[in-house]
Design a protein around this ligand. Structure first.
Ligand code: GCU
Length: 566
């Protein structure tokens, strides 16, 4: 007993209680930023089922779907207008233009699903004037359009316009939105973009959130566009992503209304850097800052040089923005396809951490983030349009000290161990993206990847690292067991990150390699979104070790986020 106990000497209990971040939507969706394609940038005002199917086919045949780009999102202009606005169906919802979609939206969604992809759709707030004029019935109720419309006010709409506001104090208004969401769910919609959202449409966003949830179908809920940051916590509570700015498109193409190539220009891309610096704090699992479509795929004709396109991709990855391609997937260039398929870039996007800007000086910018495993990812940019610039960062600015092993993430090349700072001379628009692993850094073991006995991995509270945490059952003996690898035998510092939203201590026994070595306290942390660290020293064998945390009371243990071993 003594010998075993000596192996685990409690060094310190440091209780860090960080400020609780704003809670994300608890609809359980988009734990990572969405990836796929949207019709707006390239197809623009002329979507139809042939074009949509061709883009879906290309998403698969190009190999992009295998990399995680799975959403096929139909944006605006699938509807039909008359001189009074949107043509509506029997229950007052927008009618689909059957000239563009002769087989209907369900058939298109079925086609997309049969390819292993997901289908996205589009709406804006309110009820169409034509629904009100004809006083259409609200499906499943005895109400009619005139009962629920406020005809004194209209909503923003970018297509047929003439959208009246809804009077949500009347129960028919929610019923109307529910019937619309039910129709979308029955068609197989997996993602809904609601456009025209602003500070005056919070009630509409709430109604759509409720409506999507009551369908029972998981539907990723995306808000657009140019959302006011003053309501950021509201958007985060209600939706899985929100556009932080106006469109990334330049509307400077040679086609009607500025459609066609170029799709964008550098000023529209680089303006997102300032936006990302302000919105960074709001991104996290379940809710993402959306910097708009990714204009990579068709070479220079999109309006960006290859260097600028790599910076575009780098910034969206660093910011953990949805990666929704705006380009023509039927005409992908090999250079761009390689950018989009770069696993290291995709991993930086899907780590679910939004980077912070640490250098913003003239044309030079440096962004950094710390990933769950303790690595730092650092992006250096020359945002200028002429002349090379030398961009530098110290490890202290990046958030750590001491030497680090550096990998160039665009090329994959190792750059060896670098002592304390990093510099790159970059062409105009060029980026350098590196991963720095500090020597002696802790290795993180996420609880959601560990062995769970009587409990489950969940993500319904905020502030966790990785994709979730473990909620052990409220029974004596429920546990989470980590497999911890040690290069050599010896003592290690172990940090257990946990949350206990009750005021009752949740003791757990810590066992190393099957030997119960200590039962320690895990007191309340204030709420389930507030995480604290419990630090102790353990002795590990060389090779694989087990570290098991077992609840000793009928309450089970606290929620466990991860184990850091250093
Ligand atoms: C709540 C909380 C869970 C927690 C549980 C508990 O249900 O949402 O995350 O694990 O309480 O008491 O253990």
């Amino acid at each position: 007993m003594r010998a075993v106990f000596a192996a685990l000497a409690l060094t310190a209990t440091c209780l860090t209680v960080p400020a609780a971040p704003a809670a994300a939507s608890d609809n359980g969706l988009s734990i990572r930023p969405a990836m796929g394609w949207s019709s707006w940038s390239f197809v623009r005002r002329w979507p139809d089922e042939t074009k949509m199917k061709a883009q879906a086919d290309a998403l698969v045949s190009s190999g992009l779907a295998d990399k995680g780009y799975v959403y096929v999102n139909l944006d605006d202009f699938y509807q039909k207008c008359d001189s009074n606005g949107f043509v509506v169906d029997n229950y007052g919802r927008w009618a689909v233009d059957s000239a563009k979609f002769p087989s209907g939206i369900k058939a298109l969604a079925d086609y997309v699903h049969a390819k292993g992809l997901k289908f996205g759709f589009y709406v804006t707030p309110g009820i169409a004037k034509n629904a009100v004029t004809a006083n259409k019935p609200i499906e499943g109720t005895s109400y009619h359009a005139k009962d629920i419309a406020d005809t004194s006010q209209t909503h923003k709409n970018y297509n047929c316009k003439n959208m009246y506001r809804l009077n949500y104090s009347h129960p028919g208004a929610q019923a109307f939105i529910n019937s619309w969401a039910d129709q979308m769910a029955s068609w197989g919609v997996d993602y809904l973009k609601i456009d025209g959202v602003d500070a005056s449409t919070v009630a509409d966003v709430e109604a759509w959130d409720k409506a999507l949830r009551q369908t029972g179908r998981p539907i990723n809920f995306a808000l657009s566009n140019n959302l006011p940051i003053a309501q950021a916590t509201t958007w985060k509570r209600l939706a899985n992503s929100w556009r932080t700015q106006g469109d990334v498109e330049c509307y400077c193409g040679s086609g009607p209304n500025g459609s066609g190539y170029p799709l964008t220009d550098w000023s529209h891309v680089v303006s997102r850097f300032n936006s990302a610096a302000s919105w960074q704090q709001y991104a996290g699992p379940g809710g993402w800052n959306d910097y708009d479509s990714l204009q990579i795929g068709n070479g220079d004709q999109v309006g960006l040089t290859a260097d600028q396109r790599r910076s575009h991709m780098t910034h969206w990855a660093m910011a953990a923005s949805p990666l929704l391609l705006g380009t023509d997937l039927t005409a992908l260039t090999s250079v761009d396809l390689a950018m989009l398929k770069n696993d290291r870039l995709i991993a930086v996007n899907q780590d679910g951490v939004a980077a912070q800007r640490v250098v913003n000086s003239g044309v030079n910018q440096v962004w950094r983030k710390r990933e769950a495993n303790g690595d730092y990812v650092i992006a250096l940019y020359n945002t200028g349009t002429s002349g090379n610039s030398t961009v530098s960062v110290t490890w202290a600015q990046a958030g750590f000290t001491g030497p680090a092993a550096v990998t160039n993430l665009w090329s994959g090349a190792s750059e060896g161990t670098i002592a304390s700072s990093y510099s790159a001379t970059l062409r105009p628009g060029e980026t350098r993206l590196i991963r720095a692993r500090p020597a002696g850094a802790a290795t993180r073991y996420e609880a959601e990847n560990a062995t769970i006995s009587q409990g489950a991995a969940e993500s319904n509270h905020s502030g966790f690292s990785g994709t979730g945490f473990v909620n052990a059952d409220n029974v004596t003996g429920s546990y989470v067991e980590f497999t911890v690898n040690a290069a050599e035998a010896g003592s290690r510092t172990v940090t257990i990150r946990y949350a206990n939203g009750t005021s009752v201590n949740r003791p757990m026994t810590v066992a190393v390699n099957g030997a119960a070595v200590q039962t320690r306290d895990f007191p309340g942390t204030g709420d389930w979104d507030t995480w604290a660290d419990a630090t102790l020293t353990v002795s590990l064998n060389a090779g694989a070790n087990t570290v098991r945390l077992t609840g000793t009371t009928a309450n089970g243990g606290p929620n466990v986020d991860y184990l850091d071993v250093s």
